[in-house]
Design a protein around this ligand. Structure first.
Ligand code: FES
Length: 628
């Protein structure tokens, strides 16, 4: 059986159609076939058949539509030949068209709160004059270069084969005047002439959803430009656990994930080349942060045991590799340092945030929360730090929410309720769905007007008195239970209503309950009450886009006066940049990772009770007291 995949791809800013024909045997699903051939299909739930995101348009014979597909797809979609790739199995030759996903249009946070550090990278350039060869002295080019370096006060170095193969030509082209780039005892590059005036590095934050990279001038310590792309591993599941499961199915799967993230990093490098004109081979140092699983996958190291008790990573401390070993398209000898992790679910990205915000040195009691599918939380008191990770699930990214979507074009990102519902949409287009920040706003507003009660129950219209009629109209009961219409079909991009269901509210309660329970446990350990928290830092993209009032209103965050809450942007990448430009910061990162306490929430007897409590929404009077 032949399966022909058709999709759109963006090449140098332009969309073009791609096509690939593959042979199917057995009863593999369309999703499995696509993965085998590195064709990307959005599969938020990792192919478990729960998210309804792996929609494809199929022409040709397929297996029967499954029960689950009937639930996750509308009648109109099924009539148009739309199927879910993780259920669809070819029964003959088929054509599969992959829709251009929302993923291509994402709003990606590239900004970060900047701290500074004295510029002193661990990579240096030295200009050396190498003695020319003479008949009387048979020393090789390498030996004369090393001798010249030692004479100039340099350390004894090793020359890797990749540099060695080009050395004879470079020496002769440059009249034996060369610039050596050195990292510790390793020679990273030998260039013709004097290039000591330029030295470039890259700081990467590999997120589960997005990858952000900054090109850094290592003489100035300044960021020349930033670029971001979606993590190509998204086709293997939106969350860390789906990726771990996929990678644990054998070396081919692990390699596929490693290649997917390297392709993404290389895409970011090519974007940076386009933006700055700095060619990738001139980049000689790289520092990477990411959660523990992303670090493992980028290195091609199995993350299997991170997901199994006692959640042990393959490595915790700083790990160094070369760009060539990883397939990173910069100077292949460039050292690539992965910052240390704290534990299986508190990774180098959190260490990066701690470095960037100076958390360990801040006075008072500071709480840092990085909200995502896994929320990382650090509480610091006078230099003592404890951390934990809360499994919030993908609700904040719009997944498993009936009309949810990621924060891309067409996502409702802001909601206000007065006489009626007002929404703001990313890209100022007609709405297509609701993203995490919009969801938090929506629920906060519905709590405010009493349409949702403290337990999270959507009230029946008959139970509400004095509500504006336009709001009453929006409350209804469908075959799936109670729901609230956020945007009527006539006002959306595809004519379908955007609704909030009772189940969506429960999903949000689970997500926010996990994060809040994590903060509660850390507060208990250090004996810090909500009102004692001097500063509450929100890290990451989500922390940057949510309205603090709404996050507070739904009880996602501790009850802290709003002026103490601050977004610190993509601080993880800032941490990577600081470690790239400063050896002292790099050492500090290792020290902090080692000294930071870690609490495994699942091992705490009080976690369940805290979680149940945290799932409830705060009483309105309780909230008002702190929102003032
Ligand atoms: S439903 Fe197919 S990947 Fe989620």
């Amino acid at each position: 059986m032949q399966v022909t995949f058709i999709w759109q791809e963006q090449v140098e800013g332009r969309w073009s159609q791609r096509q690939k024909q593959v042979t199917a045997s057995g009863d593999a699903t369309v999703l499995r076939l696509a993965r085998e051939y590195d064709i990307k299909i959005n599969a938020t739930c990792g192919g478990r058949g729960r998210c309804g995101r792996c929609k494809v348009v199929v022409q040709g014979p397929l297996n029967e539509v499954s029960q689950m597909e009937r639930q996750l797809l509308t009648k109109e979609e099924l009539a148009k030949g739309i199927r879910l790739a993780c259920y669809a199995r070819p029964q003959g030759d088929i054509w599969v068209t992959i829709p251009t996903g929302e993923t291509e249009l994402l709003q990606i946070l590239t900004e970060g709160s900047d701290q500074e550090a004295a510029v002193e990278p661990d990579i240096v350039k030295e200009f050396v004059a190498v003695p020319e060869p003479v008949l009387e002295a048979p020393d090789g080019d390498r030996e004369r270069l090393l001798e010249a370096l030692a004479g100039a006060g340099g350390r004894i170095c090793q020359i890797p084969l990749g540099v060695m193969t080009r050395l004879p030509e470079i020496l002769r082209q440059s009249n034996h005047r060369v610039t050596v780039t050195r990292w510790r005892e390793h020679i990273v590059a030998v260039d013709s002439g004097d290039t000591t005036g330029e030295l470039f590095g890259l700081a990467f934050d590999i997120g589960t959803t997005t990858v952000v990279g900054g090109l850094i001038d290592l003489h100035q310590g300044k960021e020349l430009d930033v670029a971001a792309r979606l993590n190509g591993q998204a086709a293997y599941g939106a969350d860390v656990i789906s990726r771990v499961e996929y990678a644990s199915n054998g070396i081919t799967h692990l390699k596929r994930l490693q290649r997917a993230v390297m392709d993404t990093l290389n895409g970011v490098i090519s974007d940076l080349h386009e933006k700055t004109g700095v060619s990738p081979e001139r980049i000689s140092r790289v520092v990477v942060v990411g959660n523990t699983c992303m670090q493992h996958l980028a290195l091609g190291v199995s993350p299997t045991y991170i997901a199994r008790s006692p959640y042990t990573p393959a490595f915790s401390r700083q790990f160094d590799a070369t760009a060539g070993q990883l397939g990173l398209a910069v100077n292949p000898e460039a050292p690539v340092t992965f910052l240390p992790n704290v534990a299986g679910f508190v990774g180098a990205d959190t260490v990066g945030v701690v470095v960037a915000t100076g958390l360990a040195d801040r006075n008072g009691r500071v709480l840092m929360v990085d909200i995502g599918t896994n929320g990382e939380i650090v509480l610091s008191q006078g230099g003592r730090m404890v951390s934990c990770s809360a499994a919030a699930g993908p609700a904040f990214e719009g997944a498993q929410i009936s009309c949810g979507m990621r924060a891309g074009e067409g996502a409702v990102e802001f909601v206000e309720i007065g006489e009626d519902v007002e929404v703001r949409v990313i890209g100022q287009t007609l709405p297509r769905g609701i993203c995490g920040s919009g969801l938090i706003d929506l629920v906060a507003e519905l709590l405010k007007v009493g349409i949702i009660d403290e337990t999270g129950r959507l009230q029946d219209a008959s139970e509400l008195h004095g509500l504006p009629p336009k709001l009453v109209e929006r409350i209804r009961t469908s075959e799936n239970g109670a729901e609230f219409v956020v945007v009527w079909g006539k006002d959306t991009a595809d004519g379908k209503e955007i609704v909030l269901t009772q189940r969506d509210i429960r999903e949000l309660q689970l997500a926010k309950g996990a994060i809040r329970a994590g903060t509660m446990i850390l507060q208990r350990i250090l004996g810090i009450r909500d009102e004692d928290i001097d500063e509450l830092l929100l890290a990451g993209a989500f922390g940057n886009y949510i309205r603090k009032e709404s996050a507070m209103r739904i009880g996602l965050l501790p009850k802290v006066p709003l002026e103490r809450v601050r977004s610190v942007g993509n601080a993880a990448r800032v941490g990577a940049r600081l470690c790239l430009i400063s050896q002292a910061k790099l050492q500090e990162a290792s020290r902090l990772a080692k000294s930071m306490g870690y609490v495994e929430l699942s091992g705490r007897p009080d976690f369940q009770e805290a979680f149940m409590e945290a799932m409830l929404f705060p009483q309105s009077e309780e909230y008002l007291e702190f929102a003032r």
